[in-house]
Design a protein around this ligand. Structure first.
Ligand code: OSB
Ligand code: MG
Length: 368
């Protein structure tokens, strides 16, 4: 494959409702898109870095900078470029996994579009639709939360995830259980808001039969998660801490997690995400596909990944309408609690030119 050039494009997508987590409130998704142009095809990658470094150390403007300065020049120098050579070519540059993932995804998309093969086929998907959950932000009051959950269950979502933080944990979980019953698949996500000193408090979630508690402690506190896992009954799931197949294998062997949230952006791309899936499957650790409020571009690839056999829990792969009134691509629509896995070449979706033009705030072109 020969690259003609790479476009870095910033888009601003208003969210249908503010999304509050323990690390902040999002009202707009400020997304960096990578478009690679080759002699026979173009390919898209969505960078999941957020506008501020609150979920991870990465943020959109830094991702654009490292791509322009280091990552794109490194792939442009490759004599024989294809998707599997991207990660080795970028390995000399530390970190910046979300930026690397976006570039690798765009190159993989171009390659697959040219070859007429879908992401699902390439990654090893075994399902043509995937069950979907929804991540519900922190609200100002319990009645507001119950209304939001009620609406999502009515839409057909098969699993509810509540964002929690100190002061918003046991009571919202109790209220949701009391109102909607014990059959609802329910889990919580703390985004690192607790410390090991909170273990006895977190054990108060034990009676509610949650599927899992996601990332209660700091991202570098894998040993702490292992200790916490011995003190509470709720299975511990890691998100922020899992940055590679190697860190996943280590966390599992330490007993730090019984479940893994796989986000391709966080781990450097879909090829590493598949390796994490394989490591977890070999260890009998269930995985599910996380989300980063992606547009339809990122969602298409996530849904393909979520169709691999080890993804045995519903993911944060919600429909377009949960995030945006107008998605960048044709919208993903929930049917019977599921999203269809795209089966057209590459991502199988593309930005709608009119929507793309409307939401674009900045474009940069890097020529080969
Ligand atoms: O921790 O899973 C998370 C969104 C942004 C950053 C981090 C997280 C999330 C979500 C929403 O929980 C998942 C989604 O619906 O895309
Ligand atoms: Mg999370």
């Amino acid at each position: 494959m020969k690259l003609t050039g790479v476009e870095l494009r910033r888009v601003a997508m208003p969210l249908v409702a503010p999304f509050r987590t323990s690390f902040g409130t999002e009202t707009e998704r400020d997304v960096l898109l990578v478009r690679v142009v080759t002699e026979d095809a173009e390919g898209w990658g969505e960078c999941v870095a957020m506008a501020d470094p609150r979920y991870s150390s990465e943020y959109a403007a830094a991702a654009a900078d490292v791509l322009r300065r280091f990552l794109i020049p490194a792939v442009l120098q490759q004599p024989r470029l294809d998707a599997i050579t991207v990660a080795p070519a970028l390995a000399p540059f530390k970190g910046h996994r979300m930026a690397k993932a976006a570039l690798e995804t765009a190159i993989l998309d171009a390659e697959l579009r040219a070859a007429g093969r879908s992401f699902a086929r390439e990654l090893g998907a075994v399902h043509d639709r995937v069950p979907c959950g929804v991540s519900v932000g922190i609200m100002d009051s319990i009645p507001e939360l119950l209304d939001a959950v009620d609406g999502y269950l009515a839409e057909g979502y098969l699993r509810i995830k509540l964002k929690i933080e100190p002061g918003w944990d046991v009571e919202p979980v109790r209220a949701v259980r009391e109102r909607f019953g014990d059959e609802v698949l329910l889990q919580v996500d703390a985004n690192t808001a607790y410390t090991l000193a909170d273990a006895r408090h977190l054990a108060r979630l034990d009676p509610f039969a949650l599927l899992l508690i996601e990332q209660p402690l700091d991202e570098d506190d894998v040993a702490g998660h292992a200790e916490l896992a011995r003190m509470i009954a709720t299975p511990v799931c890691l998100d922020e801490s899992i940055t590679s197949a190697r860190t996943a294998a280590a966390a599992i062997s330490l007993g730090a997690c019984a479940v893994v949230n796989i986000k391709p952006g966080r781990v450097g791309g879909y090829l590493e995400a598949r390796r994490i899936h394989d490591v977890c499957a070999a260890q009998g650790i269930p995985v599910w596909c996380g989300g980063m409020l992606e547009t339809g571009l990122g969602r298409a690839a996530n849904v393909a990944l979520a169709a691999l056999p080890g993804f045995t829990l519903p993911g944060d792969t919600s429909a377009s309408g949960r995030y945006f009134s107008t998605d960048l691509t044709e919208p993903f629509v929930l049917a019977d609690g599921h999203l269809d896995v795209p089966d057209k070449p590459g991502l199988g979706v593309a930005p709608r030119p009119d929507v793309l033009a409307e939401v674009t705030t900045h474009i940069d072109w890097i020529s080969a």
